[in-house]
Ligand binder design. Structure first.
Ligand SMILES: [Mn+2]
Length: 325
């Protein structure tokens, strides 16, 4: 599947100790892939620590091994590797100065799935793939748990813990296997992870069937205030006093029939107006966002507009959109 998999598996098993980290404001793929790699290190007998300086997303504490994640950079004596996951460049990591100091003469490895990956590591593995969790699976795991035979027998519980973390990351980054980033290989990986004992019930319950009351209040606001244009787009304004919880307003409104583009305009405390765009059809929101200095993916992009009101920002973007549609 991945040509360099054996190289990276050898690299992992030959490390004396690995600091594992991921991008700032980690999402479930960042947490799932770093924890999955940490479980692999345990199985292979390689000392490892997951360092994530930001708080974890809600409920991530239920993932096996999450209790061992540290927020403060640990003492790295004896560690010779730093592995950065799910980040396309080093600046995506919180406390980058501390990280750079930690790297010094250590081996820097980058595992990522973003198309804009900058190959910042000494060793980089960054194919286009659904998620870094899927990448960790294809690089290091098969149904017996690791490409490199572990020194001692692997317990079913250890395999299941590894599988649960990777499955959670894949599930999140694919929108539960609905996004265009899903391939036959993604399902193959997911099937193997289920066979290894991934706890689907735990993932479903904590990450998809456990919305807070504040989330429902927010959903009610969005569904009440969304506006549909006869020109084929749908939009919502989110004023400053509405905190956006774990659910994104643009994802709540995008399924409206007869529309191909969804936009949310969110007023922030300090960062101006944040515009999130989604496309369901051929319209490339990344190209569209570029005229406002924004960017992203073909079907999901963002723009930040400063020094203007929410309504001015919306008028500018929507009139450009109507010209482009
Ligand atoms: Mn990811």
């Amino acid at each position: 599947m991945i040509l360099q998999a054996n190289f990276f598996a050898e690299l992992l098993s030959s490390a004396k100790g690995i600091l594992i980290t991921a991008h700032r404001d980690p999402d479930l793929d960042a947490v799932g892939s770093t924890l999955g790699l940490w479980h692999l290190c345990r199985i292979l007998g390689v000392p490892a620590t997951v360092w994530l300086a930001d708080p974890l997303p809600r409920d991530c504490g239920v993932l096996p091994g999450a209790a061992g994640i540290v927020q403060v950079l640990p003492d790295l004596a004896g560690y010779d590797h730093v592995w950065v996951l799910d980040a396309s460049n080093l600046n995506r990591v919180r406390e980058v100065a501390q990280l750079q100091a930690a790297i010094q003469d250590r081996v820097l490895v980058n595992l990522d799935h973003h198309p804009d990956n900058s190959q910042f590591g000494h060793h980089n593995l960054a194919p286009i793939m659904s998620s870094t969790s899927e990448l960790v699976f294809w690089t290091f795991v098969h149904v017996s748990g690791a490409r490199i035979p572990p020194k001692k027998p692997v317990s079913k519980a250890d395999l299941a813990a590894l599988a649960t973390c990777l499955y959670a990351g894949i599930c999140f980054d694919t929108g539960r296997f609905l996004h265009d980033n899903v391939t036959a290989d993604t399902f193959h990986a997911a099937g193997d992870l289920v066979a290894m004992g991934a706890d689907l019930g735990l993932i479903r319950h904590h990450f998809f069937e456990n919305k807070s009351a504040a989330t429902y209040t927010f959903m009610r606001y969005v569904l009440t205030h969304m506006a549909v244009s006869p020109l084929g787009y749908v939009w919502i304004d989110i004023p400053r006093e509405m905190a956006e919880p774990e659910i994104k307003s643009v994802d709540l409104i995008r399924d409206m029939e007869g529309t191909s583009v969804a936009l949310s305009f969110r007023e922030t405390e300090s960062d101006g107006i944040k515009v999130s765009l989604r496309s369901k059809g051929d319209f490339n929101v990344s190209v569209f966002a570029a005229q406002f200095g924004g960017g992203g993916h073909v079907k999901a992009a963002g723009i930040t507009l400063r020094d203007m009101s929410l309504s001015d920002a919306r008028l500018r973007v929507l009139s450009a959109l109507e010209a482009a549609l």
